[in-house]
Design a protein around this ligand. Structure first.
Ligand code: UD1
Ligand code: MG
Length: 459
């Protein structure tokens, strides 16, 4: 029988106090909605309907091409949200998973367990539940003395006895698809919030004498529903722990996993060492045996094997094997460093490619440059790439030696084996095997210092 899925993502998320729709807030680098979508995809539904409403265009953009959408133009409750899927799903044979878009920690594995439980118990509806130490804010699962599920009571509608119940509704359910859409027609808004509660379909089934049940998650963490930024931070923490644990299982060493921040899509090769306060974001890959020391931050970059990055920032860059970077270097977007390159302290590279084994050890800015292999940049080299309006390119061949404190005024080409003298301002192209000296000749005036105020004889 086919599976279908409905993701509820139309709400504003008032408690977030945010301009951004709640489900677009990120956990470990991707939106909560994408986390939910990935878990849902694991059960391979034949159709996925995402219910959008508040700032629908923003929400749809995140899952464009992956989900179908139904618009809930007024947010009248979770039951009303599911009704919006009626045109696409009502009457179809199969099971339908309904899941809230604000529960980013639920795994595909748990959803599969829910389906298996639902099928083996021949239920019309199965609620995914969990035992919460602090159930405040969640719907509570009301069972009879035989342990059978009777209904769900929302926090705002619960009496004192019901508020004591620790079994909560995670907001995820499996339904017989046809019966779901029939039961939705019987919902009303006769409750504390004046909304159409999806949760009320449970008692509707029960009253019709149909079998409902609950599958209890072993791990409460998975059920976390993010309604405010405190829960968002908790979700981030739990997700980060999971991510770090999976890397450790794969052979990556962490010196302080609690203080290491890695987004969900980052990949790390075996035997890499990740020290404390390292941040790896977005679509980043780290090669085998790489060492990232304290304070390194890498965003959307590919880092090769055996690379050492010390306390540096890398953004949108490609770094080949056996490169060393830092400490305190900044590799900015659209830069590539070939095998064996060394970028040392206080060096910034932007929009440049640097060839094999080239080195810039100290206090250098390389911007909009194409640099060959075995080039040495002396300390304090600056590519002058910007005239206040336009950016210009510097092209440097192989085996070039740039003297310390050279100012290279772009556009400029320096050909193979050339050398620029220290302290030069280079404004003209330099040919192969050429030495370029661009500085005033030194003049020494013998004895002249005695005439100046700093001299000890004049103090
Ligand atoms: C809901 C459940 C509660 C459960 C909790 C789990 C109901 C009535 N209550 O409460 O039992 O314990 O989730 O986290 O279902 N949404 C819409 N349209 C609407 C209203 C909500 O699409 O008109 C979406 C929201 O965007 C959100 C999800 O449904 O992704 C849940 O809504 P939310 O307001 O967070 O419900 P809770 O109060 O958390
Ligand atoms: Mg919620």
């Amino acid at each position: 029988m086919s599976n279908y899925a409905i993701i509820l993502a139309a709400g504003k998320g008032t408690r977030m106090k945010s301009d951004l729709p709640k489900v677009l807030h990120k956990v470990a680098g991707i939106s909560m909605l994408e986390h939910v979508f990935r878990a849902v995809s694991a059960i391979q539904p034949a159709k996925i309907q995402t219910i959008v409403g508040h700032k629908a265009e923003l929400v749809e953009a995140v899952l464009a091409g992956q989900s179908d959408f139904a618009l809930q133009s007024e947010q009248l409750g979770t039951g009303h949200a599911v009704m919006m899927a009626d045109p696409a799903l009502a009457g179809l044979e199969g099971h339908t998973l309904v899941i809230a878009g604000d529960t980013p920690l639920i795994t595909g594995e748990s959803l599969q367990n829910l389906i298996n439980f639902h099928i083996s118990h021949k239920n019309v509806a199965t609620i995914l539940t969990a035992q919460a130490d602090n159930p405040f804010g969640y719907g509570r699962i009301i069972r009879n003395t035989d342990g059978e599920v009777l209904k769900i009571v929302e926090q705002k509608d619960a009496n004192d006895f019901e508020k004591q119940i620790k079994e909560i509704n995670t907001g995820t359910y499996l339904f017989d698809n046809k019966r779901l859409f029939e039961a939705l027609k019987e919902l009303n808004t006769d409750n504390a919030q004046g909304e159409y509660y999806l949760t009320d379909v449970i008692s509707i089934f029960r009253q019709a004498g149909e079998k409902v049940g609950a599958y209890v998650l072993r791990d409460f963490d998975e059920s976390l529903g993010v309604n405010d930024r405190i829960a968002l931070a908790t979700a981030e923490q739990v997700m980060r722990k999971r991510i770090n644990a999976s890397h450790m299982v794969n052979g990556v060493t962490f010196t302080q996993p609690d203080a290491t921040y890695i987004d969900i899509d980052v990949t790390i090769g075996a035997e890499a060492v990740i020290e404390a306060n390292v941040v790896l974001k977005g679509q980043t890959t780290i090669g085998e045996r790489a060492v990232l020391t304290n304070g390194t931050r890498v965003v959307d970059s590919q880092i090769g094997a055996d690379v050492v990055i010390s306390n540096s920032d890398i953004e949108h860059a490609v770094i080949a094997d056996h490169v060393t970077v830092g400490p305190y270097a900044h590799i900015r977007p659209d830069s590539s460093l070939a095998t064996g390159v060394h970028i040392g302290n206080f060096v910034e590279v932007k929009g440049s490619s640097i060839g094999e084994n080239s080195k810039a050890g100290h206090l250098t800015y390389i911007g909009n440059a194409e640099v060959g292999s075995d080039v040495n940049f002396g300390a304090g080299t600056i590519t002058v790439n910007y005239d206040g309006k336009h950016k210009f390119k510097t092209v440097i061949g192989n085996n070039v030696f740039i003297g310390s404190n050279s100012t290279l005024i772009a556009p400029l080409t320096i050909e193979d084996n050339a050398l620029t003298a220290a302290g030069s301002t280079i404004t003209k192209d330099v040919g192969t095997d050429t030495v370029a000296i661009g500085r005033a000749r030194q003049e020494n005036k013998d004895g002249y210092a005695k005439r100046l105020p700093h001299h000890p004889t004049r103090k």
